[in-house]
Design a protein around this ligand. Structure first.
Ligand SMILES: Nc1ncnc2c1ncn2[C@@H]1O[C@H](COP(=O)(O)OP(=O)(O)OP(=O)(O)O)[C@@H](O)[C@H]1O
Ligand SMILES: [Mg+2]
Length: 301
């Protein structure tokens, strides 16, 4: 029996609602500890301050810690949703400045290998959120595990965070390589974190883009840098976002400037990157293939 078809039938017709759709943006890095989670948390608060409605998915299954950074204690996680025990509304936590957080939980769920029923639960629930959010920010784990690749390929934009450390450059290169060779991703946005100054940020971009554009045939847009900032560390120790408690700190100014640019990013002309795309893609693929097969959408190389 065609299981995907059965699930589609059970779910009813897709609600191809007109109008705005949330932008889905994944933040990834290759190397751990370069500041992805802090980037996600602070961009979320900065975007929310600019009137955007944010949902943050903490997709770092093993070490997810957005809730810690936001100073909240979620009662339930994505796992409760996937097990059918709680609704999406119950698993979403309210963070600061109206940011909503969907914690993945620290259990063993591998989102790229969910059962079709679990995918259906996740995606139909996310589908319902379409009208309520403007930006869906995804914090991925470090490395190139199937979950990282999975969330990156369903997003409309992939922000690769790199620091000036040489190992961060090689790991950022590695994640873009896998995403381009295996999944056909050809455009990446680079954010340099922990830079001394603008020159150092641009230097990281220059090195990465030289290698990547030459050997991987991909395009990297440089979206800016966030300076190394002791105020950010102080905010972390208070479990607050730096944007919230030290809005004039140099990192906060960087995050707010980036958020202003992000809201100008054009909406996707392709179906990729919206929640319904995610829904359809997942239901139409064998779960075994997710994270391994090249994308085969029409119009994409
Ligand atoms: N711009 C910055 N200035 C100073 N410290 C920073 C900055 N960005 C991140 N840090 C510090 O770097 C550490 C790692 O940050 P974070 O947890 O956000 O990284 P990550 O990429 O999410 O890590 P992981 O791969 O483990 O999920 C934290 O202790 C944080 O305080
Ligand atoms: Mg993290």
């Amino acid at each position: 029996m065609d299981q995907a078809k059965t699930l589609r039938d059970q779910a009813g017709p897709l609600s191809l609602a007109e109008g705005r759709r949330p932008k889905v943006i994944a933040v990834t890095s290759g190397k751990g500890g370069v500041g992805k989670t802090n980037v996600v948390v602070n961009l979320a608060v900065a975007l929310s301050n600019l009137g955007q409605r944010l949902l943050v998915l903490d997709a770092d299954i093993a070490l997810g810690n957005i809730d810690v950074l936001f100073g909240i204690v979620p009662k339930y996680t994505l796992e409760h949703l996937l097990l059918g025990q709680k609704s999406l509304q119950e698993v979403i936590s309210q963070g600061p400045c109206g940011v909503q957080i969907l914690p993945a939980g620290s259990g063993s769920a591998d989102l790229a290998h969910l059962t079709p029923e679990q995918k259906l639960i996740l995606l139909t629930e996310l589908d319902r959120l379409e009208q309520e959010i403007d930006i869906f920010l995804i914090d991925t784990a470090a490395g190139i595990s199937s979950n990282v690749l999975y969330f990156s390929t369903v997003a409309q934009e992939i922000i690769v965070v790199a620091s000036p450390e040489p190992t961060s450059l090689t790991d950022a290169y590695a994640v873009m390589k896998v995403l381009s060779k295996r999944h056909g991703e050809k455009r990446f946005k680079l954010l340099v974190n922990l830079a001394r100054d603008e020159n150092e940020g641009r230097e990281v971009y220059r090195k990465l883009s030289l290698a990547a554009e030459r050997f991987l045939d991909i395009a990297i847009d440089y979206i800016g840098f966030i300076p190394h900032d002791d105020y950010l560390r102080m905010a972390v120790s208070q479990q607050k976002s730096v944007v919230e408690i030290y809005p004039k700190a140099k990192s906060s100014v960087g995050f707010t400037g980036l958020a202003q640019k992000m809201i100008q990013w054009p909406a996707s002309s392709a179906p990729k990157g919206n929640v319904q795309f995610l829904w359809r893609k997942i239901l139409s693929q064998d779960s075994e293939m997710l994270g391994h097969a090249p994308l085969s959408e029409p119009g994409r190389a």
